[in-house]
Design a protein around this ligand. Structure first.
Ligand code: ZN
Length: 478
C-alpha cells in the first residue's frame, strides 16, 4: 500500500509550473523534429526538478531522456510535444479562428500529453526520494509522433533496451484504460521527374511529372478495392510541379501513407503501390524516385499492466469540471456535426458496455465516467509510434478526458480546448494516474515479470523488426 494522495499533492503543489509548460508548448506549436523550444522547456523543467537530462539522443536534436534514481526496475514515462500543420486556432473560443492563417496548432493535444507525462515523472521522482523507493524513473522526450515516428527511431537506436515498463496516455473526450491496438504504417515519398516544355508550343517535347502523379493516384484508388478492408491508403500532393498551366511540369511529388493491422500487410500493400508508381512513370516516360520516410508498428496491448493502471485510475478517480467549463464544452459541441458527437458512442456500441453507463455518457458534455475495463482487444484505425515501444517493453496507456464529448482529434476544436482549464485539468489528472501506476509497479517487481511474460506470449515467437531501415535518418522534410 502507498499513499496516492501524496502523489496527487506533489502534482497539485506544482500545478502552476505544469500549466505554464503546457501553455508555452501550445503557443510554440512546433511540428515534427522542429520542437526546439518545446523540448528545451521540458528539459529545463526536468533539470530544475533534479533529473539528469541527456539531450539530442538517437540522432534527433529534439529527443531527450530525463533520468532519476539508479538501477532497476526502470520505468519509462513517454512524452510527446509536436503540433500539426494547418491547425492554427485561438484558445478558449468556440468558433474557428486561426491565430495565423495556415499556421500550426496542437490538434492532438500533445502539449497536454508531454506535460501530463512530465507531471507524472516529477511526482514519481519526489515520491521515490521521500519513500526511499529503489529503481529509476525516466522521462522519454519523444519528438515527431505525427509523421516522424520519433519513438520508432529511439527503439531502433537501443534507447529502450534496459527499460522494464513504459507508461503513457493520450488526451481524449473520455476516461479509459483499454486493451486497444493500433495499426502499423509506412510513410513514403514518390518523386516524379519529367521534362519541362511549352504546354502549347511544344507539348510533344515535354514529359509531365504531374500526369505521372495523377495516374499513380488513379491506380492507387483502384487498388483500394483489392486490399484488406482494415487497410487504409492516404496521400498528400506535396509538390504539384508549379503554378503555371502553360509549362509541362518537370517534377511532382506525392506523400503516401499505408496502414494495416500488421507490418507484413503494410509491406505487401506498399510494394503494390510501388508497382503502380513505376507503371505511371512508364506510361508517361518519366522517372520515379521512391523515398522511404518513416513507419511504425502495431501496438501490443499488455493486460497485466492495464489491470494495474485501471486499479490506480479507479482509486485516483476522474477529472471533475466546473459550470463554466461545462458551459464552454456545450458551446464547443454546438460546432460539431451530429456524426462527430456520436462517434464515441458508436465505438462503445461495439463493446460490452452497460446501457445505463452509455446513457450517462450521452447526457454529459464533459465525461466524468471511467469506462469499465474491457478485457477485449479493440482495434483503432489510427497508428502511433508507441507501437514500436510496446514490441520490446511491456507498455500501458490510458485516455483522460481533456475535451468536450465527441471532440475529434486533429480538429480546431481540440486546439481551442487544449489551451484551457479543461485541458489542464485532464493533463494534471493524467499525471496523477500515471504516477500512481509507476509507483505501484516500482513497488511490485513481480508485476514486471508477469508483464514481460505476457509480452513474450503475445508476440508468439515474432521478433521485432524496425520498420524504419537503419540508413533512414530522421529529417525535417525531404
Ligand atoms: Zn496524438
Amino acid at each position: 500500500m502507498f499513499n496516492r494522495q501524496k502523489i496527487a499533492d506533489i502534482i497539485e503543489q506544482k500545478r502552476k509550473t505544469f500549466i505554464h509548460v503546457s501553455d508555452c508548448i501550445w503557443d510554440y506549436a512546433e511540428t515534427r523534429f522542429e520542437e526546439i523550444r518545446s523540448a528545451d522547456l521540458l528539459c529545463k523543467t526536468l533539470e530544475e526538478e533534479g533529473f539528469s537530462v541527456e539531450r539530442g539522443v538517437g540522432g534527433m536534436e529534439t529527443a531527450f531522456i530525463g533520468s532519476y534514481g539508479s538501477g532497476g526496475p526502470v520505468v519509462a514515462i513517454l512524452g510527446e510535444y509536436d503540433a500539426l500543420s494547418g491547425l492554427s486556432q485561438d484558445r478558449g473560443i468556440a468558433s474557428h479562428h486561426p491565430i495565423k492563417q495556415g499556421g500550426n496548432g496542437h490538434g492532438c493535444g500533445h502539449n497536454l500529453l508531454g506535460t501530463g507525462s512530465l507531471a507524472a515523472a516529477v511526482a514519481v521522482r519526489h515520491f521515490m526520494e521521500e519513500n526511499q523507493i529503489k529503481g529509476t524513473i525516466r522521462y522519454y522526450g519523444c519528438p515527431a509522433e505525427e509523421g516522424g515516428s520519433g519513438k520508432t527511431i529511439m527503439v531502433r537506436e537501443g534507447l529502450f533496451d534496459d527499460v522494464d515498463t513504459a507508461i503513457s496516455w493520450h488526451p481524449y473526450s473520455f476516461n479509459a484504460v483499454a486493451s486497444v491496438t493500433n495499426v502499423a504504417n509506412y510513410q513514403v515519398y514518390f518523386k516524379f521527374k519529367g521534362k519541362a516544355a511549352h504546354a502549347a508550343g511544344s507539348p510533344h517535347l515535354g514529359r509531365s511529372a504531374l500526369d505521372a502523379l495523377e495516374l499513380m493516384n488513379i491506380g492507387a484508388n483502384f487498388l483500394r478495392e483489392h486490399i484488406i478492408p482494415e487497410a487504409r491508403l492516404h496521400y498528400a500532393i506535396t509538390n504539384s510541379g508549379g503554378l503555371a498551366p502553360n509549362v509541362v511540369q518537370a517534377e511532382a511529388e506525392v506523400l503516401y501513407m499505408v496502414r494495416a493491422p500488421e507490418l507484413e500487410q503494410v509491406d505487401e500493400i506498399y510494394h503494390r503501390v510501388c508497382k503502380i508508381a513505376r507503371g505511371a512513370a512508364m506510361m508517361t516516360e518519366t522517372e520515379v524516385d521512391i523515398i522511404f520516410d518513416k513507419g511504425c508498428s502495431n501496438l501490443i496491448p499488455n493486460r497485466t499492466l492495464a489491470a494495474v493502471m485501471y486499479d490506480n485510475y479507479r482509486k485516483v478517480g476522474v477529472p471533475e469540471f466546473n459550470e463554466e467549463e461545462k458551459a464552454f464544452a456545450r458551446q464547443i459541441r454546438t460546432t460539431m456535426p451530429e456524426p462527430d458527437k456520436k462517434s464515441i458512442l458508436r465505438m462503445l456500441s461495439q463493446l460490452p458496455v452497460d446501457k445505463n453507463l452509455i446513457q450517462k455518457i450521452k447526457e454529459q458534455e464533459l465525461s466524468t465516467v471511467l469506462m469499465p475495463y474491457i478485457n477485449k482487444t479493440f482495434r483503432m484505425t489510427g497508428s502511433t509510434d508507441v507501437g514500436d515501444v510496446s514490441w520490446i517493453v511491456p507498455t500501458v496507456q490510458c485516455a483522460v478526458n481533456c475535451f468536450a464529448m465527441g471532440t475529434q482529434l486533429h480538429s480546431w476544436q481540440a486546439v481551442a480546448q487544449g489551451g484551457t482549464s479543461i485541458g489542464h485539468k485532464g493533463m494534471l489528472h493524467a499525471g496523477k494516474v500515471m504516477a500512481a501506476t509507476a509507483v505501484d509497479i516500482l513497488l511490485q517487481p513481480e508485476v514486471i515479470d508477469q508483464a514481460k511474460a505476457e509480452l513474450k506470449e503475445n508476440l508468439d515467437g515474432a521478433n521485432y523488426v524496425c520498420p524504419i531501415p537503419t540508413e533512414i535518418k530522421p529529417a525535417l522534410s525531404r
